[in-house]
Design a protein around this ligand. Sequence first.
Ligand SMILES: Cc1cc2nc3c(=O)[nH]c(=O)nc-3n(C[C@H](O)[C@H](O)[C@H](O)COP(=O)(O)OP(=O)(O)OC[C@H]3O[C@@H](n4cnc5c(N)ncnc54)[C@H](O)[C@@H]3O)c2cc1C
Length: 416
Amino acid sequence: MERKTSVLVAGAGIVGLCTAWYLARAGAAVTIVDRAGPGEGTSSGNAGAISAGSVAPLAMPGVLRDVPKMLLDPKGALHIPARYWPVAFPWLWQFVRAAAPERVERIAAALALLLRGAEDCHLEILEAEGAADIISRNGQLYLYRDDAHLAKDDASWKLRRQHGLEMQVLRRAGIMELEPGVAETYNRGVFLPKQSHSLNPLRQARVVARGIERMGGKVRKGNVTALIREGDRITGAMVDGAPEHADHVVLAAGAWSHRLLDAIGIKVPLESQRGYHVMLTDPGVMPRRPVIPADRKAFITPMEEGLRVAGTVEFGGTEAPPNPRRAALLLEDLARVYPQADTRAQKPFWMGHRPCLPDSLPVVGPVASRPGLWCAFGHGHLGLTGSAPTGRLLASFMLGPKPNLDISPLGVERFA
Ligand SMILES: Cc1cc2nc3c(=O)[nH]c(=O)nc-3n(C[C@H](O)[C@H](O)[C@H](O)COP(=O)(O)OP(=O)(O)OC[C@H]3O[C@@H](n4cnc5c(N)ncnc54)[C@H](O)[C@@H]3O)c2cc1C
């Protein structure tokens, strides 16, 4: 009998899980290892939006004008504590440089290449596992106060439209038709009929994990402390102090991925953008789709277990404790859109680490200088969306048939 190709996936967030799922389906002998349970990290608490059309990078031309304003507002959607400035500054400098118009075009093209068909990939996995009901296909609704407010995002919407995003600009009556409870402050909307959302990101991750096991893969708990190197080749990883060998290793450890790369001499400017959510179990309002007040960049998402309000960006690293004041701001965001919402019944607030590179692109693909090593991390604000297409792409590059696509813009080599 032919020996199966063995693959060790480090990190069982939604990116590692979807990658392991596609690898197992393609016939590999897969082991996925995480120090926590599948999907219990950042991937459990996101806003659930599956946004294949979100190809505009976070750093758009003009970002240098907007960021200082956001930072000076103590209630702004972006917060960097003073102690973290020296760490954040080099990253922010690269972020600002990525906003040059010609780079923005290239980044959008690379994101479009990765995210194309994202929803189909999610459905492909979930249908195979009998759980397609997790995806709700009612679109997404962005809210603006007026035309001037909407005009501020013109460039970003234009870029998304160029890459095929279907969108409808709505007046107040159109907003009311879709979401009757929205406050009068919001008179313009952008409705994205083809974008969807997950009704339960943690359940989704667990379903994918079950699918890996169904196909004979192993889902294990363990701490990956180092990659094993024989010459240039990566031949496995140390898991809880013991060597675990494999033909290929996929690094999918979210905001912690750079630590394992650092030790083999590869530097990547990966930074955690800490985000929060609050979950209301009996809010008295329940939109049919994610509603996003554009001024606050918060997502108000209807989920199986209640109404989730998720957002805010806070720098501060992976070790500092959560900041309850950031979570409390999300309730203010909700009150702006739904003043009538009842916020008494709440689950404890949650914080997670978006793994972010300054050019808004993840690192996906083989590492040329270290045969056997593959990267699948750094999906930032779009990790749920990008997880399934990343898995499909990586599995076909690793096990064939190799697609005729240039994924070099996503390579780790771009930071060399
Ligand atoms: C508030 C918020 C809202 C968001 N909303 C959306 C959204 O609406 N749509 C969207 O597409 N994305 C969204 N995101 C982004 C998305 O959640 C992340 O990009 C995604 O979850 C990242 O997945 P991941 O698998 O790379 O990382 P993670 O989910 O963090 O998984 C990485 C895993 O690696 C494990 N790990 C790390 N180091 C080791 C080690 N040494 N050994 C063993 N295990 C290790 C961790 O335990 C963790 O389980 C949001 C994020 C936040 C914070």
